[in-house]
Structure formats: C-alpha cells, structure tokens
Write a protein that binds this ligand. Structure first.
Ligand code: NAD
Length: 260
C-alpha cells in the first residue's frame, strides 16, 4: 500500500494565461501552483492588465510577465519562446481565457451576429490550439494543459448564448488535443466550473439566476469558489492525475447531475 503522495511541483514551470485581477480563476490557480512549489509565468492580454499583474506579483522574486493577446498566433509563439528563454522547459499551461461582445451575452441566441460568433470562438476556443501547439515545443518531459469550461457546453443556459457554443467547441478540442498530444505524454483536460464572481461572469445576462440556481439546487447546496477550482486544477496539473486526459471535470457543487 502506497502512502498518499504530497503534491510537489518544485521543479515545474507553469504558464498561466488569463489573470485579470485577484478574482480571476487564473489567479487562484496561480496561487495554488506556486504554493506547491511551481515557478509560474503569467501571460497578460495588454498593457492595462500588466499594471494589475505588477501589483499582484509585487512580492514575487523576479516575476516573469509576458504580454500575449491570443487573437494573433505569432503572439502566442513569441510568448512561449520568451518564457522558455527565461525559464527553460515548460511543464504546465493553464488557459483561462474567454471573450464575447456584451451584446452577444444576452437576448436571443438566434440574434448572434456572424462577427460576434467568430470573435467569441476565436478568442475563447481557437486560442487553445496555438497555445497547446507552441507550448508543446517547450515541453520536454511530458506536460499538462488545462482549460476552463462551463456546463452551457452541454445544456441551455439562457443568456450565455454564443459562449455556450464556444465552450462546446473548447471541450471537443480538449478531446482532440488529448489524442494528438498523448504521444508526447502531454495531458489535456478541462474544468467545467460553476458560476463564480469575476470580471467576465458579471457581464453575462442571466448570471445571477445561474448562480442562485446552483446554490439552491446543487447537491452540495452552495456556490463554488475559485479555490475549489484551483484545488482540482492542482490535481490535474500534478502526477496524481497521471492517467487522466481528454477529460472535463465538473467543479460545480454537483449541479450538472440534477434534472431539476
Ligand atoms: N466565472 C465563472 O463563473 C466561470 C465559470 C465557468 C468557466 N469560466 C471560465 O473561466 C475562464 C476565466 O474567466 P474568469 O471568470 O476568471 O474571468 P476573468 O475576466 O478574470 O478572466 C478572463 C481572462 O481572459 C483574458 N482574455 C480575454 N481576451 C483575451 C485575449 N484576446 N488575449 C488574451 N487574454 C484574453 C482576459 O484578459 C482575462 O484575464 C474563462 O474561460 C471563463 O469562461 C468562468
């Protein structure tokens, strides 16, 4: 009988995309990965968000902060080259990015514009592909890629609209990328998180209804926290999940199992 292993990521390098502020899911994941000993590089969308990261990382030794707007593949390639130049091999990548126009996150889904659809899918779904591809070039001993989804990929959540389509695409990518990357011992997984207050979730019309429904009707009878997500992220980014890839794990107080 083996003893339960403690999670030690002390010789691992993680790259986290999607920290906007202290409420971001990506920030909780960053904190837990650092707590387990990983060296964490952060990638930010633009100069405005860099200021937020400067404050959050004020007490880190030599933070590695790299700009990358994922709307351009060359930015993604450059970001990984820059991080690898500074930190060497990469072991873990967290994709915690989504975007849609505000007008596409409310009203009727049938009114989604072609441009709004393309934008939401490009930023929220497509971006996982170049991130995985360019990260893999720097992964020497296998690795882990993790992304963030929502149950609207499977069921209708009015107001979540085009982002539901984006999450359905994202979850499919997780399975196809798991297949491609398996030969390199790179695992690709997603967490389907319940509603939690962040910069992004607050702009979704119907968000408060989703949050209330999860609190009232989930088996655990409460909303999740970003720390709940981070703890599952730590499991997925560590050797404890060595046999798990192409998986979508719900961290939603069990809400997805309910029929009513
Ligand atoms: N908050 C929730 O209720 C919830 C539930 C399930 C899944 N998620 C998912 O979690 C992930 C993180 O969201 P969050 O809730 O922490 O919100 P957040 O606003 O803190 O994070 C979203 C991030 O996406 C980044 N981003 C957007 N467009 C980008 C671009 N072009 N290039 C680079 N980065 C870009 C933003 O800079 C921001 O850091 C998203 O995929 C979201 O859909 C959130």
């Amino acid at each position: 009988m083996h003893c339960m292993k403690t999670i030690d990521l002390s010789n691992k390098v993680a790259v986290v995309f999607g920290v906007a502020n202290h409420r971001s899911i990506a920030w909780s994941i960053t904190s837990i990965l650092k707590g387990a000993g990983a060296t964490v590089a952060l990638s930010y969308q633009n100069e405005r968000l860099k200021r937020s990261l400067d404050k959050l990382t004020a007490d880190w030794d030599d933070p590695v902060l790299v700009e990358c707007d994922v709307s351009d593949d060359s930015n993604v390639e450059k970001a990984f080259d820059e991080i690898s130049d500074k930190l060497g091999k990469i072991d873990i990548v967290v994709h915690s990015i989504a975007f849609a126009n505000r007008e596409d996150l409310g009203g009727r889904f049938v009114d989604t514009s072609r441009a709004g659809f393309n934008l939401a899918l490009e930023i929220s779904s497509y971006s996982l592909i170049p991130i995985t591809k360019y990260a893999a070039r720097h992964m020497q001993d296998g690795g882990n890629v993790l992304t963030m989804s929502f149950q609207a990929a499977e069921k209708v959540f009015p107001g979540y609209n085009v982002m539901s389509t984006a999450k359905a695409a994202l979850e499919n990518e997780v399975r196809q990328l798991a297949h491609d990357m398996g030969q390199q011992n790179i695992r690709v997984n997603a967490i389907s998180a319940g509603p939690v207050d962040t910069l992004s979730s607050r702009v979704i019309s119907g968000y408060s209804v989703m949050k209330q429904a999860a609190a009232e009707r989930s088996p655990l009878g409460k909303n999740i926290t970003t720390e709940d997500v981070a703890k599952t992220a730590l499991y997925l980014c560590s050797d404890l999940s060595s046999g798990v890839t192409g998986e979508v794990i719900h961290v939603d107080s069990g809400y997805h199992v309910m029929g009513i």
